[in-house]
Design a protein around this ligand. Sequence first.
Ligand code: FES
Length: 352
Amino acid sequence: MRRSKALAVGALAGAAWLTKRAIGRRINAGSPLWPLPALETPVSGYSPRRWIPALIVSRTEPADGVLSLTLESAELPAWTPGAHVDVQLPSGLVRQYSLCGDPSEQGRYTIAVRLVEDGRGGSREAHAQLVEGAELPVRPPRNRFPLEPADSYAFVAGGIGITPVLPMLRAATAAGTAWTLLYGGRSLASMPFATELAATYGDRVTLVPEDEAGLPDLSPLAALGPDTLVYCCGPAPLMAAVEAAVPESVPVHLERFTPAASGSDARAFTVELHRSGRLVEVAAEESALTAVRRELPNTPYSCEQGFCGTCQHRVLSGTVDHRDTLLTDGEREDSMLLCVSRAATDHLVLDL
Ligand code: FES
């Protein structure tokens, strides 16, 4: 058993500089990976909603269009590989970034931000305004992408998706666990930490810059055995391709940073706010979150795309049309994400 696992992992490591393959086939959306603020256990007595003022002590550019920030504060809680934090930008925008530093460094977080010129503005603001010496409020980490014990790991990352994987590589190495990393990106210059990874970990790391080698060949993943855990973070097509390539017996852990599908079949419905009894009409072209915030402006939210979990609320009655890929089946039984999910019936009652 041990021998066959090593061979399978070795096969993945050898899959360098591969030919382009069609990706896009999508199977089961996979397990949600982030804990939700309302449900998680506070870390070391910290409230998950509390903002902690941290100081930016270092700003570097580990790749074209990528900013890396190191934050320090004695109040920063401990964290584990796969965790992410909310940060509050100077304008008040809240964004989520994976922690990519070393968990053993108490009071210190490192995040990386890729500039998305046509995005919603958070990365542009971060690149323009987050400088050494500035304060950046952060919330205690949450982790829905935890590294579980395994006999071996196959990590797959695309672009900025390398960030949650970095501390996993350190942890797996420290534990003496076999692992490989398949890391793709548009070009080597655009792939943060690529050079350092190759220098540190040698042939366990396979770099696949698309401009030189095309898209990563995921076919070796089909040879993995059930004692290998697959961890993947990157663009949605990459994660869908990884899910499709891995045998059903092999657990796949995905970290999603891309919006959930919204659909074009939205229709109007009514939300009843149980605590006040007020009724809120949700128009077909707006989200339940937008409608609820008209009545309750302090209703928390962050990504508005169904992947941070900040807007999760309990549903007391009615049937939800879940349109996220974050919640577990258990969570879907009595809660919904207001920013993307809608009603399958005409009326929902929320515990708000
Ligand atoms: Fe992030 Fe709804 S605001 S999931």
